[in-house]
Design a protein around this ligand. Sequence first.
Ligand code: C2G
Length: 131
Amino acid sequence: MKKKVIVITYGTFDLFHYGHLKILENAKKYGNFLIVAVSTDEFNLIKGKKCTYPYEHRSKIVSAIKYVDKVIPENNWEQKISDIKNNKVDIFLMGDDWNSKFDFLKKYCKVKYLPRTPNISTTQIKTILKK
Ligand code: C2G
């Protein structure tokens, strides 16, 4: 029986794009079960992000991605340690725009930062659509 290796990552995933797809595809390569914590609309306000798509849509789109095995809501900054413990997470993984910001989680699991996909972002898409 193959050991379950659980990876978790967090994000807003608004206006889902190729950069989001790549981080999820690459995150899955580090294990065999990928949990994605999608930021709720309320938490995005705390993060200072105005979402185009509501949580219900963003979480459904992420759930439909073949690399994703489980979606949970991200309600606050403080839940990561309990998420890791409750879900027996082996690896916490984020894009490297967050480089070193979550190293405090190294007490609980492996922490990895992957290179962001260049030249694409939700902000850029919004700018293009405004033209
Ligand atoms: N990402 C990427 N390449 C891009 C854009 C985003 O690899 N061109 C990655 C980010 O590094 C992040 C994930 O996609 O790991 C989700 O990005 P966002 O939706 O912008 O998430 P963010 O607002 O950074 O939320 O508690 C952590 C926060 O919830 C992270």
